[in-house]
Write a new protein. Structure first.
Length: 104
């Protein structure tokens, strides 16, 4: 199995006396693995449901970490993503009002 892991995971695994076999991905593979990681983290968040608030927040933090890495990979930054998000919220609103579109 090959998957993108956080930067310090090899160090953490080795500190436990285990072997960490890793390599540095080339840009194309990194981009693909980041997108795979985003899906993985969103799936983990969705599987948490509403039962465990802290676990769900941990998964959301993982989602944000991947989004930040994707922004950098696209030559941008988390700050630019936030600026775009803020502009869209000002123009179209956010999701705070819980508005549901209905076709009936």
């Amino acid at each position: 199995m090959r998957k993108l892991v956080r930067d310090r995971m090899p160090e953490i695994i080795r500190a436990k006396g285990e072997e960490a076999i890793v390599y540095r991905a080339e840009p194309d593979e990194y981009r693909r693995r980041l997108r795979d990681k985003l899906v993985e983290e969103v799936d983990e968040f969705l599987s948490e449901g509403e039962a465990e608030r802290e676990a769900a927040l941990e998964e959301l933090a993982d989602v944000l970490e991947v989004v930040r890495a994707l922004a950098v990979d696209l030559g941008s930054s988390a700050e630019e993503i936030e600026r775009i998000r803020s502009t869209k919220a000002a123009e179209r609103g956010a999701f705070a009002e819980r508005v549901i579109w209905s076709d009936k």
